[in-house]
Design a protein around this ligand. Sequence first.
Ligand code: 2M8
Length: 426
Amino acid sequence: MTDQFDTDRLDGAARDILRCNDRGGYTVPNGRVYPFQWNWDSAFVALGFATFDRERAWAEIETLFRAQWDDGFLPHIVFWQEDEGYFPGPQVWGTDREPVTSGITQPPVAATVVRRLWDGAVAAGEGEAFRPRAEALFDKLFAWHRWFADHRDPEQRGVVVAMHPWETGRDNSPEWDAPGESIDVSNVGEYTRRDTGHLNAKMRPTKLEYDRYLALVQYGRAQGWDHAKIATGNPFKVADVGMSMILLRANRDLADLADILGCDRSAIDVWIARSEAGIGWLWDEVRGTWCSRDLLTGRHSGFVTSASLLSFYAGLSNPRKDAAMLAHIERISARVQFLMPSLDPDDPGFQMVRYWRGPVWAVVNWMIGTGLAEAGHRRWAERVRGDTLALIARKGFYEAFSPIDGSGSGGDDFSWTAAIWLAWST
Ligand code: 2M8
C-alpha cells in the first residue's frame, strides 16, 4: 500500500515535524496554534516517536503524567511555558496548580499507547529495562481511570460523561449543539480569540460555540475545579460515545498491562464489566447507530460521526449493530473520496472543512482502522489506513483534511498527523 508513496521522504518529514515541535520532553501539536502540551495529542505523538526513538516516546507520556493531580485527574492542557498565542491561557483557567493546567480532561488513549510502547520494548529485547517505567505509568494510568469511574460516570452507566465539548476532543461536533443550548452565555463577557488569528475562521468553531466553551470554563472555575461539584451541577453533561468507547478499550489494555506487570486487575475488570453492560445505552435504535446521549434530557444525538465507528476499537461485538455500522461505512464511502469524515456527509450540517463537522482526522482513523482490523473487517481497515496515508502524501501533514477533495484543514506540520503517518507507514 505504501509503495505508491515516497515513503522515505515522508518518513523523514514526519520525524522532522516531531523533532521541530519537541519542546524538551513534550511535543506541541503545532507551534503557532497550539503552543502547549495536549493530553491525547501526546499519547498519539508517542506512537510516532516509538518508530524511531523509543526513549523519547516514553518520555512524552511521562512528562504528561507529571501534570497529574493528586486525585488521578489528568488535564487536557499543560501550560509548561508562557505563550500569548493561544486562548484561553492559564489565567482564564485559574486552576492554581503547579504546573499550570486546564481543569478538564481529554479522551483516555494513553493506556492503549503505553501497552503498545511496552510491546515494542519487549520486541526489541528491552522489556526489563523499561519495566520500572511501565510499572510507574501503570499506577498513574490506573489512578486516571479510577478518576473517570469516580467523576465522569455519575449514574454508573459504564459510559464517560463529558462536562465540556473540549473534553471529547471533538470540539464542535454537532453532537453538542442541542445539549449546549442549556448553557447560559449571557455573562461570558468580552474576549479575544487567537485561533481565528492563525487560521481561516471557516475551519473553526463559531462565536456561539466559543461562548459556550468559555461559559463552561467559568462555571468550572467558580466551583474551584472541584470535579465532584462539577459532576453535580454542570449545565452540560453528555455521555460521549467517543470517550466511552476509548475508555473501554483503554481499560482492556490496562488490564493486559496489569497481567504483564503482575498487578491487581480486579477493579479494572469491574469497570470493563460495567461498560460492557451499560454502553448499549448509547445505541440509537431509531437512527441505527452508536452516538452520544445527553444525560440531562436522555436524548440521543442521532448523529453518525467518526466516533460512532469506534465500537470495533472498543472490542464490542454484536452482529446486528456491527452490520449496521458497516452499512454506514459502505454508504459514506460512496459519498466521499477519503474516509472517515467526522460527520456523516448525508447530514445537512456536514461541512467539509469546518473542524469536527466533516473533516477527516488521522488519529480517529487510526483508532477506527485498528478496531476494524482487529474485528476482521480487513477491507475497510485497509481502506481507512490507505486513505489516511494518501491524504498526507498528497496534501501534507495537516491538522485535518476535507473528505471530499482532500484539501488541508487547520494547522500544518501537525504533530499527531506526523505520528500517525509514522505509526502506519513503517
Ligand atoms: C483542538 O482543541 C483545542 C481545545 O482543546 C482548541 O481547538 O483550542 C481539538 O482538535 C482537540 O482534539 C486537540 O487535542 C487540540 C490540539 O490538537 O485541538
